[in-house]
Ligand binder design. Structure first.
Ligand code: DGP
Length: 114
């Protein structure tokens, strides 16, 4: 699958607090939450960064966003508001090179993020 920690979570080799999964996606709680609700949604496919996504990934990326909305709803933060973030490469703070979407909520979120 992939040799990143998220690839190992996707394959079940490493455990995580999984809140949603299907054939192509897994969502689990961030180990270092930056908000009361902080969930990561990943494709099982090991795409390192958003820069590496290709047109053939378009449907997968759309489903990643829809899964984010679903887990936000399940977590009870959809109405109050939440933020989705994809950090791309080190300059944006990406530390795990397996594409992932952060879903953050449960507290007021400042904009711009800084
Ligand atoms: P980023 O900085 O965008 O690459 O975000 C990586 C996030 O992944 C960071 O918020 C911490 C989280 N994380 C790192 N290792 C693990 C892990 O082993 N399990 C879980 N659940 N989250 C992890």
């Amino acid at each position: 699958m992939s040799d990143t920690i998220f690839g190992k979570i996707a394959s079940g080799e490493i455990s995580a607090d999984v809140v949603y999964e299907d054939e192509d996606l897994v969502a689990f709680r961030d180990i270092s939450p930056q908000a009361p609700t902080h969930i990561l949604v990943i494709p099982r496919k090991p795409i390192p960064t958003l820069n590496d996504a290709s047109p053939e990934d378009a449907e997968l990326l759309g489903r990643l966003l829809l899964a984010a909305a679903k887990v936000a709803q399940q977590a009870g933060i959809a109405e109050g508001g939440y933020r989705t973030v994809i950090n791309c490469n080190a300059g944006a703070g990406q530390t795990v090179f397996h594409l992932h979407l952060h879903v953050l909520g449960g507290r007021p979120l400042q904009w711009p993020p800084g």
